[in-house]
Design a protein around this ligand. Structure first.
Ligand code: PDD
Length: 288
């Protein structure tokens, strides 16, 4: 297994970074998670654009240009002979003396990890998963903007621990106004009376690339869709619910806080959108 570290591929065992890296000391950095299908990174440009945007918000200089970044991703897949893969790109502030001041760090650390993709159990899709609306609130956009995909995931980790303690697959976090935001590593959708609804970006979420694609597919399928404001009460009366992210794609949710959603089975709109996602995969990978 080869890891790209800063400027070259190194064997996994030699892929080490400094204990003075501000990514380690302060969570000062950004990342992206990508999927490769049939040897090709999916939605690569969208992920790289979001990575650049996150880095820019934290004033971390990108270590390489977009074109080189794309090439490193492709080389990571090739060198590790991967076709169905999980990719993780990390850019941290880099090593520097202890202290919050970014100027202490001269050059960012850049890492690309490519691993074989481990598929989720089939039952996740045939039966759906459970979620819990947790007590941990999503970071205030005015404090740590959720649209920055930073290395500081403590807000999400606290929520995840609550979900795990409750026996739920994913946590859903509310914002300070009690509105639904997103999961710890996913965006959330509900279907209510034939309409597809998802929290708007200004509720304080990461603008998921899968979320965006699903909204586009809904338009193509003529399913009325809306970015709006939702509460836990809307979840309780929803006909369907699903989560989206790069690795789960479109994942049906059939239980919230121990109560069934709709008839307790994955819904029709969820199924149609996932099928359409799979079709668009073929289309997008073929460059059509
Ligand atoms: N997480 N919201 C949060 C907080 C996330 O961390 C993610 C992705 C998403 C969905 O975004 P996308 O559709 O672009 O994957 C929403 C990745 C998968 C991760 O944590 O590794």
């Amino acid at each position: 297994m080869w890891i790209y570290l800063n400027d070259r591929f190194v064997p996994k065992e030699e892929a080490r970074i400094s204990v003075f890296d501000h990514g380690f000391l302060y969570g000062d950095g950004v990342f992206e998670t990508l999927r490769a299908y049939r040897g090709k990174a999916f939605m690569l440009n969208e992920h790289l654009a979001r990575l650049e945007k996150s880095a820019a918000r934290l004033q971390i200089p990108m270590p390489v240009k977009r074109s080189r970044l794309s090439a490193v991703v492709a080389e990571s897949l090739e060198k590790n002979q991967l076709t169905e893969a999980y990719l993780r790109i990390t850019v941290s502030r880099g090593p520097g003396e202890i202290g919050l001041e970014p100027a202490l760090c001269r050059s960012p650390t850049f890492v690309v990890i490519a691993n074989p993709f481990e598929p989720y159990p089939e039952s996740f899709y045939t039966d759906g998963v459970s979620v819990a609306v947790v007590q941990t609130r999503r970071n205030l956009p005015e404090a740590l903007p959720p649209q920055v995909k930073s290395l500081n995931y403590l807000n999400n980790i606290l929520a995840k621990m609550e979900a795990t303690a409750l026996g739920a697959f994913e946590a859903l976090l509310l914002n300070q106004h009690g509105e639904l935001t997103e999961g710890t590593t996913s965006n959330v959708f509900v279907s209510l009376g034939g309409r597809l609804l998802t929290p708007a970006q200004d509720c304080g979420i990461l603008a998921g690339i899968t979320r965006n694609l699903v909204l586009q597919l809904a338009r193509e399928l003529k399913i009325p869709a809306e970015e709006t404001r939702l509460t836990a009460a809307d979840l309780a009366i929803a006909d369907e619910c699903f989560l989206t992210n790069t690795t789960v794609e479109v994942l049906p949710v059939t239980q919230v806080d121990g109560q069934r959603i709709g008839d307790g089975r994955p819904g029709e709109i969820t199924r149609r959108l996932h099928a359409s996602f799979r079709d668009s995969l073929d289309r997008l990978l073929a460059g059509r």
